[in-house]
Every structure is written in C-alpha cells, then in structure tokens.
Design a protein around this ligand. Structure first.
Ligand code: CUA
Length: 268
C-alpha cells in the first residue's frame, strides 16, 4: 500500500488518472510562473521607484499606446486561463462526467455508504440487482436485500473489502444510508459524494492490478477516520474465483443458519 504514495501524487491506476494529473501539474506550474514573474516585477518597481531625495513622483498623462502596453500582460494571462479552462480542462472533465460506459460492458456495482462502512452490492451473473428494502436492514443484511426476490439469488454483498476485474470499466451507483459520505480512491483520481436519497453514478477503468484504499473524504461523524475500504483489482480469472468462492461461503453460511433455526424449533 505505502508503495502507492510518495512525495508527489499517488501512482496513476486508472485510464483518466494521467489526464487529471497533467491538468493539475499544468495549473501548478503556470501559477508558480505567474507568481514569480509578478513578484520580480513588484521587486523591480519597489527598487526602481523608491523614495529618494530630489525625486518627486510625477503623474504624466498616458498615451493610448502606453495604456495598451500595460494591458498586454493581463491579456496574455487571460487568454492562457481561458485556454486552460475551456480548451484544456473542460474536455477532460466532460470525458469523465459525460461519457459513461454501458452497464453491459462494465462491472456494474452499487455502493451504499453508511456510518462507518462501505457496503458493496454485486448483481451476480444475471446482471440484475435484487430488490432492497430499508425495513430489511439488520446486522447480517446491511443493505436490506430481499431474499424472496429471484434476482437476489446470485447477488453478493460485501463490506469494505471488494474486488473488481482488470480490463473493463467499473460502473458504481453510489448512495448513502444515513449522512453524506464521499467516495475517494486516490490512485483512480475519483471522488464523489454519496448522498442519502440519491443514486449517483461514477465510473473508472483501472489500469493496474493491486490493492487501493477507498477512503471517505467527507467528515461524517466520530468514526469518519476509520471509514476505510479496500478495492482489489484482479485479473478476470482471479476476480471470478474470488466471486464464486465468496458466494459459496455465503450460501453455506445461509444453509447452516437455516438448519440451526429449524433445529432450534421446539418439537410439536
Ligand atoms: Cu463517511 Cu466520512
């Protein structure tokens, strides 16, 4: 994990991470250049026009040529900033916010944030999310999945630690059970608020295998600091094996629980 972070930005682990970084770096470099040039100019003026005996301040009437000349640096900076926002920055943002992958071409999951965990809901091979109902939520059913709905049968729900396959986009429908949280995977360069009552889609296409931290970046209560999940990017085969293994474990646990419930019933 610590290898993902150094003195600079975290490693780039998604298709648009490099574009995000290039705009971030360009903004910082240009702001440093503008800051230094203006600083040098102010220092020059302070020395050149300092108070000295025998020198009085004069206020000559500027010609139109002078006035135009003093606007030139402003116009250059303005033109650069317009280019930065409209030509450079907005297409990157539009690519992330407008061009969503199709659900059938993606790993489509739902993530329900709650104080202080991430509940991850996979629809299973049928591609359909089982019905959920807030009245069914309890400690063993964090999203209130309805077991009577046929679409629930192959669904998988995991808390905090989840896997996704490499090689196709991840489409996440984000919501929250209680307060506003924020979904943030620094290596993917993706951050989005999870808001109660809203289902907000985000997408990302991972480019690296590995484990990355999913942190909550919105102060959401006393346990905010420990609201950490892990997303593990696997090869498609590893992902399938993880999914099937976990599904089987969950089904065995359900069968055991059902058998225990029957055994606990008094004999009539
Ligand atoms: Cu959830 Cu901070």
């Amino acid at each position: 994990m610590t290898g993902n972070y150094g003195w600079g930005l975290p490693i780039e682990a998604s298709t648009f991470a490099h574009e995000m970084d290039s705009s971030l770096i360009l903004v910082h470099i240009s702001m440093v250049v503008i800051f230094v040039l203006w600083g040098l100019f102010f220092a020059y003026c302070l020395v050149r026009y300092r108070s000295r005996p025998g020198h009085n301040a004069v206020y000559p009437h500027h010609s139109a040529k002078h006035a135009l000349g003093s606007f030139v640096p402003d116009v250059i900076v303005l033109a650069f900033e317009i280019w930065l926002i409209f030509i450079f920055g907005m297409p990157i943002w539009a690519h992330i916010k407008d061009s969503f992958p199709k659900p059938e071409d993606s790993t489509h999951i739902r993530i329900t944030a709650q104080q202080f965990a991430w509940n991850v809901h996979y629809p299973g091979p049928d591609g359909k999310f089982g019905r959920t109902d807030p009245s069914l939520v309890d400690s063993t059913n964090p999203i209130g999945l309805d077991p009577k709905d046929p679409a629930s049968a192959d669904d998988l729900v995991v808390v905090n630690d989840f896997h996704v396959p490499l090689g196709k986009p991840i489409l996440v429908d984000l919501t929250s059970q209680d307060v506003i949280h924020s979904f943030f995977v620094p290596e993917f360069r993706i951050k989005q608020d999870a808001v109660p009552g809203m289902m907000i889609p985000v997408w990302v296409e991972p480019t690296l295998k590995g484990q990355f931290e999913l942190v909550c970046s919105q102060l959401c209560g006393v346990g905010h600091y420990r609201m950490i999940g892990h997303v593990k990017v696997d090869s498609p085969e590893e992902y399938r094996a993880w999914y099937n293994g976990l599904k089987q474990t969950q089904q065995e646990a359900q069968v055991k629980a059902a058998a225990a419930a029957v055994a606990a019933q008094p004999w009539e």
